[in-house]
Design a protein around this ligand. Structure first.
Ligand code: UDP
Length: 239
């Protein structure tokens, strides 16, 4: 396993689907709780944590537009879905005694703080987990781009991509090809050229241009997140 330095501030990106558990849709509170416990275990190490959660378990802009909905409207609906997921995660984390803030790219003051960079940095310094909701606030983007953007803005040392059912980046699909090989390290350009499943292309390019390592690790493995920070477990580093 690749040896990585200990991180002081990281961004954890998970998809909305990570929160739906065995259901095919929506939020599964025990699953949200389990992920919150993983986050808490890393928070307990003194690591400052940013989170970005997708919205695909509730609504995806592309799916809406494929069914005839206006694309930007559908994308705003997707962004709103990420706010619901952020609130669910906030509730679970606070239930475990971890202080949090939900910070939305779309202002909705009754529900979440507006995004003010310096304020968010201060929350991190005070060891509050910052859950960035509403994606980038712009249609035609994804929460992968939002994750990279916030990781850059917050000076996170790395972007942690938690995946279900896979423990890193492979040269082909390990579910269909038994000879698929997992990378310890892979470059951004190789990910782009070979269309490896890490993040969408604009998010990869944004991470590459700002030298932000992306760590793909198994979210459904117990201690999968914490393991990477301790130099244990299996994962792939994109850099
Ligand atoms: N979205 C957007 N701009 C953003 C982030 C998200 O328009 O900056 C919309 C987009 O429609 C997307 C949906 O929100 O389909 C949910 O986000 P995403 O698909 O990234 O969620 P995930 O696949 O990670 O669950």
């Amino acid at each position: 396993t690749a040896q990585e330095p200990t991180y002081k501030r990281v961004l954890l990106k998970i998809s909305g689907e990570a929160l739906m558990g065995p259901q095919g849709f929506g939020l599964h509170p025990p699953t949200v709780e389990r992920i919150a416990e993983e986050v808490k275990s890393v928070h307990d190490m003194g690591v400052e944590i940013c989170m970005v959660i997708g919205g695909g378990n509730i609504f995806r802009g592309l799916a809406g537009s494929a069914q005839g909905m206006e694309r930007t409207t559908a994308d705003y609906m997707g962004m709103l879905a990420t706010v619901m997921n952020a609130l669910a995660m906030q509730s679970s984390l606070e239930g475990l005694g971890v202080y949090t803030r939900v910070i939305s790219a779309i202002t909705m003051n009754e529900v979440a703080e507006p995004y003010i960079r310096r304020r968010a940095v201060r929350h991190l310094e005070k060891k509050r987990v910052c859950i960035f909701a509403g994606g980038t606030g712009n249609p035609y983007f994804t929460t992968d781009t939002a994750a990279t953007l916030r990781a850059n803005e917050m000076n996170c040392e790395a972007i942690f991509m938690g995946k279900n059912g896979v423990d890193g980046v492979y040269d082909s699909d390990p579910k269909t090809n038994p000879d698929a090989k997992r990378f310890e390290h892979v470059t951004y350009d190789e990910v782009l050229q070979k269309h490896l499943k890490v993040m969408d292309a604009s998010a990869i390019a944004l991470a590459r241009d700002n030298h932000k390592p992306i760590i793909v690790f198994p979210l459904d493995e117990p201690n999968g997140f914490k393991g990477v920070l301790e130099g244990k477990g299996t994962y792939t580093v994109v850099r």
